[in-house]
Write a protein that binds this ligand. Structure first.
Ligand code: ADP
Ligand code: MG
Length: 392
């Protein structure tokens, strides 16, 4: 059944309970990066403009089911208020009498941010009682938390089954962008995968095999594949217990006629702290050295593929870009993706940071705010938060 969009909802004079993903990094009691808050503004503004009162729910960090001041949403409310240019009320609870009183006091155009949903032990277990408590705080439910859509929690799935439920604008935009990768992408479709979380990403790679024309691998991802191909990679980061999956990937690539490229040259050093770094062919890595970036020849090879693509998906840095001697590969790829004449999508927290460092964020077609959720979507899985919106 198709989802209903918030644009189809009759919201005037109603209280809209909106699940957002305000799981932002905090520093010294303030929001360190407000990207996720800004991403939800269109939906909030849309509802306010149409005469709704907005009740916002989010999780923040991992407070493990009990109230913990370190994870209070108070700093988020302050930042949101600045961005919206209007007051944002807060309560010290997620559900219950106090929350209901605060909601009942709202008038059209008012905004209330509930306390961290993960202060409630029933959030992550999708407890029906918590879902019922949440449902009492709105006349309708809008899910705009794409970044939490892969979790079947009380505030994402439970409550969606109890109220008229709609997809928010951000959630729709994310889904549209990601589905464009899986459903009839313009070809050639090139996926660039790197980063450290190899075990998380192998399933994505396997699923993408059925969709892409080329796979370009860097970072820890490439190291594990190099290992599976029989290369000696010294003390490089890799996941040797994933060799079986890596071999399956290599087989799958062959069977489908997909081009898979791994680094041909790499930047190596004894450790991340070493002042001495070298570029070496991938076949000549000393046992006491580690790969920390892809080399210039590899950047050029990958960029040639990216330049010829019509669709590009990138997740995962090509090296330890946080450190200058090992940033060239990642920043080089960021620039090539930005310059490509293709439809370009970038996902993953660290990949987004790299895009920012490279200063090319405006030239990427879609930057996904949902790391884990976008990867699960690309694994071909149905995200429970999205499924719960269909015909509820
Ligand atoms: P994302 O957040 O974009 O999904 P990951 O979290 O999987 O990406 O991986 C990002 C991390 O991978 C970065 O902190 C980067 O330093 C690290 N990394 C990339 N290549 C290497 C490498 N060759 N060795 C060690 N760490 C690496
Ligand atoms: Mg990361």
């Amino acid at each position: 059944m198709p989802k209903r969009s918030v644009t189809e909802a009759d919201v005037r004079g109603k209280r809209a309970l909106v699940r957002v993903d305000f799981n932002v990094p905090l520093r010294d009691g303030e929001v360190a990066d407000d990207t996720r808050i800004r991403a939800a503004l269109p939906t909030i503004q849309f509802l306010l403009d149409r005469g709704a009162a907005v009740v916002l729910a989010t999780h923040l960090g991992r407070p493990k089911g009990k109230a913990d001041p370190a994870y209070s949403v108070a700093p988020v409310a302050r930042r949101l208020s600045e961005l919206l240019g209007r007051p944002v009320a807060t309560v010290n609870v997620v559900v219950g009498a106090e929350a209901e009183r605060a909601v009942n006091a709202l008038r059209p155009g008012d905004v209330l941010l509930l306390e961290n949903t993960r202060f409630e032990p029933g959030e992550e277990t999708n407890d029906p009682q918590l879902a019922t408590g949440l449902a009492r705080l709105g006349d309708l439910f809008v899910n705009d938390a794409f970044g939490a859509a892969h979790r079947a929690h009380a505030s994402t799935v439970g409550v969606a089954n109890l109220l008229p439920a709609y997809a928010g604008l951000l959630l729709e935009r994310e889904e549209t962008a990601l589905s464009r990768l899986l459903d009839n992408p313009e070809r050639p479709f090139v996926a660039v995968l790197g980063g450290a979380k190899v075990s998380d990403k192998l399933a994505v790679l396997e699923h993408l095999l059925d969709h892409v024309d080329a796979l370009l691998l860097g970072g820890g991802m490439a190291n594990t594949v190099l290992l599976a191909q029989g290369h000696q990679i010294g003390s490089s980061l890799a996941e040797p217990d994933r060799l079986e999956e890596a071999r399956r990937l290599i087989e799958g690539v062959k069977e489908r006629g997909v081009l898979m490229a791994v680094p041909s040259d790499v930047v190596i050093a004894e450790s991340l702290e070493s002042t001495e770094t070298n570029v070496a062919p991938v076949a000549e890595i000393p046992v006491d050295q580690a790969i920390f970036d892809i080399g210039p020849e590899t950047v050029a090879r990958f960029c040639q593929q990216i330049a010829g693509a019509r669709t590009v998906f990138w997740n995962g840095p090509m090296g330890v870009f946080e450190r200058e001697p090992f940033a060239n590969g990642t920043l080089g790829i960021a620039r090539c993706v930005a310059e490509a004449g293709a439809y370009t999508v970038v996902g993953g927290g660290d990949s987004l940071a790299a895009i920012e460092v490279a200063g090319v964020a405006e030239r990427i077609d879609h930057i996904s705010t949902g790391g884990g959720a976008s990867l699960e979507y690309l694994e071909g899985r149905v995200l429970p938060g999205i499924a719960a919106l269909a015909g509820a």
